[in-house]
Design a protein around this ligand. Sequence first.
Ligand code: C5P
Length: 402
Amino acid sequence: MNKRVLLIIGGGIAAYKSLFLIRVLARRGITTRVILTKGGSEFVTALSAGGLSGDKVYTDLFDLTDEADMGHIELSRSADLVVVAPATADLMAKAAHGIANDLATTTLSATDKRTLYVPAMNVRMWENPATQRNVKTLTEDGAFFLGPDEGEMACGEFGFGRMAEPEEIADAVEKIFKGDTTLDGLRGPKPLKGKHVLITAGPTREPIDPVRYLSNHSSGKQGYAIAGALATMGAKVTLVSGPVAIDAPPGVDLVKVETAREMLSACEQALPANVFISVAAVADWRPNNSSNKKIKKDQSDIPPLTLAENPDILKTLSGARDRPDLVIGFAAETNDVVKHAKAKLSKKGCDWIVANDVSGDVMGGDHNAMILVTSNDVEEWPRLTKQDAARRLAIKIAEEFS
Ligand code: C5P
């Protein structure tokens, strides 16, 4: 998988399982760098962790050689994911409150990567309201949690507190790397749980005859990324897509269509929804009388191409009897972006317009600079990857329902 995990081993009896985790991750092509807390070093040694990870083990915030070698900021950012296992009640409490008084907690507060906490503790400590509050805070801040599992614990009690098994943790790590965080077992922030989002993406294809069509350059990347980001946040997502070359993100219900009229009908069938996002580049016109037989080239006259107007899906759903609570349109513009977006907001009857300047590489490219236009606000976002732009829009949508 060619990914890097920064593993923080906290002070708990389950720390021995984290040594095994390093091996399981290595077998899956994931390299591990280890931070061993002071408590962790009471249970396993830096020598074993370093031997297994094949790397130096970091322990002390104020170690001058370490800081010269790799500072705690760099350490926190050089990985693709931070895993805290075992995540003790103490580590989670500090992280939830931004306390940074040793290498592990400083790294947790400095990281710009997602964090997976794998708690292990006595059942009473896990059920303690303070611990539960901290778990909630960390979850709302975007952290993932795996476990704890139910079972017999080293302290002799039975209940929730056992750390997840290494194979299970490695599965969760892979799921996060694949962007698949909707499956059971992995708890992340799910602010859109119970909400149905309907989203269109890709181009439409309007047949001239059985072998020829009118279409456009839409890749579907932005719409698919938004669908994935919303599913990750717990929404039920129906993605109505024109023909594209990419796979549907995990946890998304995909409905494939070809023409604008098919797209409209699939959307109407998918209602009711709480949110409708119209990302598709719907062809404005279709050939008037598409032939059901291939038009032959050997006829003397060049066949005339007359066009008919396609239905406006965004406008239709904005005015529907069962209109979703939040209707979002996209506007691809090459000039006067905000002015045109504002005009489109009222013309289409939607709540938000996400405008983008398509004079660059937006169609088919991997980046997007969005401007979010609502009836009383204009927010200009920087140029982001389509995945990051999607996450930002999904967070904005979640805030609307919070
Ligand atoms: O009018 P214009 O094509 O610029 O509007 C763009 C927005 O309207 C996008 O959200 C697009 O998905 C939607 N649209 C639609 N049906 C059409 C044309 C555009 O839903 N026939």
